[in-house]
Ligand binder design. Structure first.
Ligand code: ADP
Length: 323
């Protein structure tokens, strides 16, 4: 379990992490979601003790991680794609890590097998693709068989097969009872991977809930109706306080629950060919939420477009710019 209490990090004028309090529970994948520049990597560095907080605390399994006796047995972390010594093979890179961390050498073979690199383990890693590099980084994170795993933007730049592999791996690790904490600026990615979400914008926590709760709380439920009597249905819905966008025989209705739309049709003898609840995607819900954060923080000076943070012009989730 990871627990943060009023965790704060300031870099000069920049408040990168602003009084974050949260806990990341074992047995599930927790998505750490926010636009670029929101403070995800900084928070992860604070958890790992790679940077000291300006204020507040963060613990892993009840203690600051810096105090861990055997760090690799407690936490496995994949931060940005790491440069490893290109002349060294994957096998030797991992063996070296195992030896310096007092881990059994047999783990090297096990993790290579787990990440699917056994066949190329003796080759120099210089020729590794981005996806292979990520697998090697994950192998290193798993070396100490840790109960807590952290991945910072693990799918960045990966092909669909690599993305699917990482997604399944994270789920499998969580199902073994581990704490899996994964950051992403891609809402669509978290929608398929995470059980729980921590959403941040401008260093502040703006949501801490399940994926389903997040969608429900942050998006407007809509109803799609198809009817040969679209004009009359539109009038009835509008008279009842609903809002209608029409496209021929298909109406998209907001502000009325699905049951009410169905009842209106039934009571007025209107034939329906479709009545569907539209579930907003996590992407839409996220945009909705960070849009509010933009308005709230609009007056904050020093907001820079390249941050991609709420308030910046490029807050639409896009490619991560920094490494
Ligand atoms: P994310 O991982 O969500 O993209 P980061 O944690 O990398 O966000 O960055 C949060 C904010 O803190 C950004 O505005 C970034 O420019 C700033 N920042 C991060 N690290 C440093 C640093 N070492 N010095 C100054 N500013 C930093």
């Amino acid at each position: 379990m990871i627990e943060a209490q009023s965790l704060t990090k300031r870099y000069g004028d920049k408040l990168a992490v602003d009084q974050l309090s949260f806990s990341v529970q074992p047995g599930q994948v927790t998505g750490f979601l926010g636009p670029n520049g929101a403070g995800k990597s900084t928070t992860m560095r604070l958890i790992l003790g790679l940077d000291a907080p300006t204020a507040g605390t963060v613990t892993v399994n009840g203690r600051p991680f810096a105090a861990a006796d055997n760090p690799m047995r407690e936490v496995g972390a994949l931060l940005e794609a790491k440069a490893i010594h290109g002349g060294r093979s994957a096998y030797h890179h991992l063996l070296c890590l195992a030896q310096t961390n007092d881990l059994p050498a047999r783990r090297v073979g096990e993790v290579l097998e787990l990440v699917g690199l056994s066949d190329v383990a003796r080759k120099r890693s210089k020729g590794f693709s981005l996806g292979m590099g990520q697998r090697l980084g994950i192998a290193a994170a798993l070396l100490g068989d840790p109960k807590v795993l952290m991945f910072d933007e693990p799918v960045n730049g990966l092909d669909p097969e690599g993305i699917l592999w990482i997604r399944n791996l994270m789920k499998a690790l969580a199902s073994e009872g581990r704490t899996v904490f994964v950051s992403s600026h891609l809402m669509s990615e978290m929608e398929h991977t995470a059980d729980h979400l921590l959403v941040i914008g401008r260093g502040r926590l703006i949501a801490d809930c399940t994926v389903a709760e997040f969608i429900e709380q942050n998006s407007e439920q809509q109803v799609r109706v198809r009817t040969p009597d679209a004009d009359r249905m539109t009038q009835l819905v509008a008279a009842d306080g609903g809002r209608v966008t029409a496209e021929g025989a298909t109406l998209r209705i907001s502000r009325l629950p699905l049951e009410r739309v169905g009842d209106l049709a039934f009571e007025n003898g209107i034939r329906l060919h479709e009545l569907t609840a539209l579930q907003a995607s996590l992407e839409q819900a996220f945009m909705e939420l960070t849009k509010e954060a933009v308005e709230y923080h609009a007056a904050v000076p020093g907001s820079r477009a390249q941050d991609g943070a709420p308030g910046a012009t490029s807050d639409v989730p896009s490619e991560k710019v920094e490494a």
